[in-house]
Design a protein around this ligand. Structure first.
Ligand code: SF4
Ligand code: SF4
Length: 379
């Protein structure tokens, strides 16, 4: 079996196919400190791509409340169970088993298949906090005594996709031009091996069409230079889509590279799967570190320290870049923060967006003799 290198866990692993990195790799960063679980992304995706028969329960984008929400039921608990008790990081190197290491005899990787019931409760655990608190409790310290946060999820368009590795029909492929992972509906026979194999459970069976279907990274928009629907409709402006470079080709002016490789403030979800997922999360500051480390790996402490510095105004470039989130429908291939503005550029270096870091505001008096009015909305 060919050997590939996974930079997120800093080690080699066996993958069933020879691997060449795509020309560009689709990637997304989500700031979990800003998601409000409005589900606008979920509905934008649903109305765009999955309104058909057999897709009623299908949410290519979903938003779940941690720690008690999951869609399908228990996907992350099952994933951690599969990897077992010997998950172990030594500094930034993962020395425990990946999904490829826990494959049963004769199979490619460790899997589990959700049943129909597991897909029935997309909002289970919504807004439930980790433990009860007395009425009137004020939480002033970090992490909070009781906590919850929202986790939006799409397909990670993994570098070493489990769905591709598992498909006996070779119906799933990773596009060389942008790294988006797609299922060919003509080749798929509905064996559902990808559904069992994807640890994030982002390949889903359509019982009417009798084939598996999954997030397509809004590839028609991406091809035209626009970010996906879940990004451009996001009310909290928590998302940025672009392309990530491998660590030896980092461009510090590429927004995704800056967040993931330079500042290391955005981290992959369960990197210990070994799949090198390409959706990255800025962890929430109020959640206990042990929970976050299990979920995002050992980079959590550094990421949160950097985010805290940014909140204190000590990371102006990072602070500037966060203003680019939700500011344009176009994909920013590079950015610059200058003179109180952040500027985004397309892949030809043309300016596509310019955002002030401080919005101008005007304070209006309660009593305004010029207009002979009293403004009731001002205390
Ligand atoms: S998240 Fe799952 S469906 Fe998406 S590419 Fe990775 S393995 Fe495949
Ligand atoms: S639209 Fe944005 S803020 Fe709303 S749930 Fe989705 S990711 Fe969170």
């Amino acid at each position: 079996m060919p050997t590939v290198y996974n930079w997120q866990i800093r080690r080699e692993l066996d993958y069933p196919y020879e691997h060449e990195r795509p020309k560009k790799q689709f990637a997304m960063v989500m700031d979990l400190n800003k998601c409000i679980a409005c589900q606008t992304c979920t509905i934008a995706c649903k109305t765009t791509w999955t309104p058909g028969r057999g897709q009623e329960y299908m949410l290519w984008n979903n938003v779940e409340t941690k720690p008690y929400g999951f869609y399908p039921l228990g996907w992350d608990v099952k994933l951690l169970d599969l990897l077992g008790d010997s998950q172990k990081w030594v500094d930034a190197t993962y020395e425990g088993p990946t999904l490829f290491d826990v494959a049963p005899e004769g199979d490619t990787l460790g899997k589990w298949m959700p049943d129909e019931y597991d897909w029935a409760f997309p909002n289970v655990g919504e807004d439930e906090v980790s433990e009860p608190v007395d009425v009137g409790t004020v939480m002033e310290t970090l992490p909070h005594l009781a906590w919850m946060f929202y986790l939006p999820r799409i397909c990670n368009h993994c570098t070493y996709p489990a769905c591709v590795a598992a498909c006996p029909r070779k119906a799933i492929y990773k596009r060389p031009e942008d790294g988006i992972v797609l299922i060919d509906p003509e080749r798929c026979e509905g064996y559902q091996e990808c559904v069992a194999a994807c640890p994030y459970k982002k390949s889903i069976f359509n019982a009417v069409a009798r084939i598996s279907q999954k997030c397509i990274g809004c590839f028609p928009k991406v091809e035209a230079g626009y970010q996906p629907q879940c990004v451009t409709t996001c009310i909290g402006r928590i998302r940025l889509q672009g392309f990530i470079s491998p660590p030896d080709q980092v461009r510090p002016d590429n927004p995704i590279d800056f967040l993931v490789h330079v500042k290391k403030v955005a981290l992959p979800l369960y990197p210990q799967t070994g799949l090198e997922p390409n959706v990255y999360y800025i962890p929430p500051i109020h959640v206990p570190r042990s929970f976050l480390r299990q979920m995002f790996g050992p980079g959590v402490d550094h990421a949160l320290r950097t985010y805290e510095r940014m909140r204190r105004g000590e990371e102006p470039e990072l602070q500037g870049l966060l203003h680019l989130f939700g500011s344009t429908e176009r994909i920013s291939h590079s950015f610059r923060v200058v003179d109180g503005e952040v500027i985004g550029f397309d892949e030809h270096g043309r300016e596509i967006v310019r955002v002030p870091l401080v919005e101008p505001y005007q304070e209006r008096p309660h009593e305004d003799p010029a207009l002979e009015v009293v403004r009731q909305d001002i205390p």
